[in-house]
Design a protein around this ligand. Structure first.
Ligand code: FPP
Length: 235
């Protein structure tokens, strides 16, 4: 098959689910699962870089995750700052541009400042854009975009709303992966996933490997993306 028949997904989005269960199965605190989750993320970032994928968008902390036990929430905040401290140099060397998508409301000054600094330090990198959705919800994003347009007195159209979403100017994801065996979107990229191919993996996120990524990409390449057209119209 030629490349035009089996395109590579340019943009992959991932709901990294299963950290808590990975930890419970080992009688470890949930945070140990999130730590392993960071390692899995670093593996997949590197794998995307070597597979011609231009954008990876991951769900790291949802608007609803504030409802988790206080120590898990503060542990995730610390993990984010600590992981940036440890991994930023490596990400820079790999040409990764980091963007944090979500509201800074509710984050401490320290966390907000660290996110901004990482964004500024990687802004000119082009090998891979890593969008980390943090303090993010798809509904929040649509509402903030609509409010921004209203405040600017601009008409709300599909195009203007799309451009006002926090993920813009990243393209829509081509492939949407959820690990951990659940079959839900969970308020992730509600607008942008309109035509994404969905792939659900039973693997818990800390166990997700390069081979699992390849399996998802291979499955994507078997799908016929019709964008509302008929099969005949595509040929
Ligand atoms: C869902 O698993 C995962 C999260 C809520 C956090 C995802 C975060 C990471 C992979 C680490 C990278 C992010 C940071 C902050 C550096 P779950 O806890 O809901 O798992 P469960 O369904 O098994 O309980």
């Amino acid at each position: 098959m030629s490349d035009t028949q089996t395109p590579h997904p340019a943009h992959i989005a991932i709901v990294m689910d299963g950290n808590g269960r990975w930890a419970s199965q080992r009688f470890l605190p949930r945070l140990a699962g999130h730590k392993q989750g960071v390692d899995a993320l670093m593996r997949i970032v590197q794998a995307c870089g070597s597979r011609n994928i231009s954008t990876l968008t991951v769900f790291a902390f949802s608007s609803e995750n504030w409802n988790r036990p206080t120590e898990e929430v503060s542990g995730l905040m610390d993990l984010l700052v600590g992981s940036l401290g440890r991994e930023l140099d490596r990400l820079k060397k790999e040409g990764v541009r980091l963007r944090f998508i979500g509201t800074r409301a509710g984050l401490t000054e320290k966390v907000s400042a660290r996110l901004l600094q990482a964004e500024l330090e990687t802004a000119s990198n082009r090998a891979l854009t890593l969008n980390v959705c943090f303090n993010y919800g798809g509904r929040w994003d649509i509402v903030q975009a609509a409010n921004a347009l209203r405040e600017r007195g601009e008409p709300i159209t599909e195009q203007s709303l799309d451009a006002a979403l926090a993920l813009s100017p990243s393209s829509d994801p081509d492939l949407f992966i959820r690990t951990g065996g659940e079959y839900r979107i969970s308020n992730f990229l509600l607008w942008q996933a309109a035509y994404a191919e969905l792939f659900f993996s039973p693997r818990l996120w800390p166990d997700f490997t390069e081979q699992d990524l390849d399996e998802a990409i291979a499955e994507f390449q078997k799908r016929e993306r019709r964008f509302g057209k008929t099969s005949e119209q595509l040929s």
